[in-house]
Design a protein around this ligand. Structure first.
Ligand code: SF4
Ligand code: SF4
Length: 189
């Protein structure tokens, strides 16, 4: 019985070694992170960001829809009436990124693509307090994101002047390209 187990173990070790021997011939599939970074697809929900326009103004209109849509209730928004006219002024926008489950329900709920998904997966930290993201942090994430995604506008990025540009259809994800094309044909923005 023991001999049978030993032979079985040796056979399994041999199989494993054979796989290891064959691997280099297939080429290296892993990256030497953090020295080499993976290229993530544009529709990649690694974290969240708030988008500000080229002049620094908030895209967010303080409608609270994202806060209401969040199943984890990790978004806290405070706003006040705009003294200069209609609408609101955003006073606080926090997301507890520790307890966020990155479902992107907030992004789907946003009517103006102010909250978006980004591909920043390097927020790991020993201090969880740094992941209690406030507006300043979320704005900074939006400014440094190379590109971002929202269902309403698809993939967007900033040009060299800081203006927001919607990626061309060829760079939009499959279903998104078809949807935007159909909207363009209907003459909708
Ligand atoms: S991704 Fe989901 S859990 Fe996280 S803030 Fe948005 S709605 Fe809430
Ligand atoms: S991020 Fe979007 S959904 Fe949330 S309050 Fe601002 S405009 Fe409304």
């Amino acid at each position: 019985m023991i001999l049978k187990d030993v032979l079985g173990a040796l056979r399994d070790i041999g199989k494993g070694m054979a796989v290891v021997q064959r691997a280099p011939r297939k080429g290296v599939a892993t990256k030497l992170y953090p020295y080499e970074l993976p290229e993530l697809p544009p529709v990649s929900c690694q974290s969240l960001a708030l988008i500000t326009e080229a002049d620094g103004s908030d895209r967010c209109i303080s409608c609270l829809l994202c806060e209401k849509a969040c199943p984890s209730q990790v978004i806290v928004i405070e706003r006040k009436r705009n003294p200069d006219g209609k609408g609101f002024v955003l006073e606080r926008f926090d997301i507890d990124l520790v307890n966020c489950m990155y479902c992107a329900a907030c992004v789907e709920a946003c009517p103006v693509s102010a909250i978006v998904t980004i591909g920043d997966f390097e927020l790991s930290t020993y201090d969880l307090q740094t992941l209690k993201a406030d507006k300043e942090f979320l704005d900074a994430q939006g400014r440094r994101a190379k590109q971002w995604y929202s269902p309403k506008h698809g993939v967007e990025y900033r040009d060299e002047h800081g203006s927001i540009v919607r990626a061309p259809l060829a760079e939009q994800p499959g279903g998104e390209a078809a949807r935007l094309e159909a909207k363009a044909e209907e003459g909708k923005p």
